[in-house]
Design a protein around this ligand. Sequence first.
Ligand code: XCC
Ligand code: SF4
Length: 626
Amino acid sequence: MARPNYKELTIRPEVERLLEKAHDEGVETVWDRKKAQEPHCGFCELGLSCRNCVMGPCRIDPFGHGPQRGVCGADADVIVARNFGRMIAAGAASHSDHGRDLAETLLAIGEGETADYGVRDEAKLKRLTEEVGIDTTSLTPKQMAKALAELLLDDFGCRKGQVTYVARAPSKRKELWAKLGVTPRGVDREVVEMMHRTHMGVDNEAVSLLLHAARVSLSDGWGGSMIATELSDVIFGTPTPRTSSANLAVLKKDQVNILVHGHNPIVSEMIADAVRDPGLIAKAKAAGASGLNLAGLCCTGNEILMRQGVPMAGNHLMTEMAIVTGAVELIMVDYQCIMPSLVQVAACYHTKIVSTSPKAHFAGATHIEFNLQNAKAKAREVVELAIETFKSRNPDRVDIPGTPVELMTGFSNEAVLGALGGTLAPLLEAIKSGSIRGAVGVVGCGNPRVKHDHGHVELTKALIKKDILVLDTGCAAVAHGMSGLKVPAAAELAGPGLKAVCQALGIPPVLHVGSCVDNSRIMHLCALLADALSVDISALPVAAAAMEWYSEKAATIGLYAVASGIYTVLGVVPPILGSKTVTNLAVSGLEDVFGATFAVEPDPIKAAELIDNRIRSKRLALGLTP
Ligand code: XCC
Ligand code: SF4
């Protein structure tokens, strides 16, 4: 069979080459399966199909020729809004449940129930404990850990009026949320309420459903996700700037290659420790390898890249490609964004897929379950399995294309403040003078509906050229890293103002702030900037963009950004176009509600123009040069 034209699928020559290899070796990839699914169901794409009960399933005819109401009488507006609400609930649940795992880990540390985990950043633990109003004077770190963990665990199913970190939002934003009735209570409560509202015959009004969707998203952005970020820093260390590298070429031909994929540092940090063990390295050598090589994929890759400088092998659409190199002994996964296909792709090679979470089993994978008591031992077991697997690698099938690309990472808010001399004043000055005209969070996934990495990279290049600083997370950050945008030398690609700032500070124009839960760092930073200027977040010259998003989590992030006052551009249309009410609200009506909207623009250059216009108008409103 003739090979398809892979140039249309990805901007990366390495991925093209591996797609050819996969094709020649008869391995099916995400792009093949996407093609097999085409044409996608038009009702579902528009959000017009409903499976919420078994009087249906129902669908609304978008052209007005067929049924306009489901069996229960729900119209297009209700069906679209309900579907969108459930999407947001699933996204919030995922990131926040990850946050809960960190809170439970901190509690176990505080109660002395784990010997495998501890507190690496005591200063941050103390700061966070004091921030929530607990007197730390007579507390040991363990006591602080217990007190803070208990307080934050209460945030999840909270009977309090609001989650703890709502206190971080600027007062105008808090007043607005209160007025709208969307101040987030615990994520468990908001998600449950969304599932309730979207049951047949409960909330049957699109606007009401969307407002609750916003509340759900806020319970993640200022609740579960923010807890995930803060407690990961406490337990594993707050990131500081460091250099590392990215691309599939971080895999090593002569070493035992282990990849970690998923989201939570609770598992990946343990492997990062284990691969440094001299005894295990010796075993790898005895098996004929020159050493142990660990690299990351997706968000857990971002976690250990930010904190440990562990190299990054690739993003979402490259997870199968990593296996196709023939050089990966083992991929250890926890949860989220792990395509079940990895098991099938791995079966075509010697690669082992190891699942570790009681929440995420994969048929056909090896399950080695981690808990807070056995993590160190299990991590060693996984490394030993990888070493054993190395013996069955077929060198003739190994092809690791490309070269590793250097990048800089580790820009936590603490690190940014540190680099600025401990205060936000220099950043504010740069924004006021116009050398940095604004800042944009370029975030989110890869999606085979979009040319791989094209959206992220072209948008970011266009933004920095306009003196707009980019902060990135998730798979977008990996894309930028692999495209060489995360080194100080990339300042050459920036406009004159941003270039001068980057050169003075020795930083790249595209700052890595972490994994997707770490979008909460961006929220927090925006709140600090708004407070410093005595304005609401919606008055800041900032925006967000998710050009290649696919996941429910990304939709939730987009919505909490908008509900926090941040204009957000989506490169992929969400399934809402079947309802004029919902669509109009998303792209214009929300401006009057939250002071920000979504825009949908697949073309990255046009998206950069939209963002530029937004930043221009926000600067003018603040009395600054455009
Ligand atoms: Fe997943 Fe987080 Fe999206 Fe990447 S960016 S595809 S959500 S790994 Ni989080
Ligand atoms: Fe159909 Fe209404 Fe049931 Fe949905 S809830 S499947 S629209 S009857």
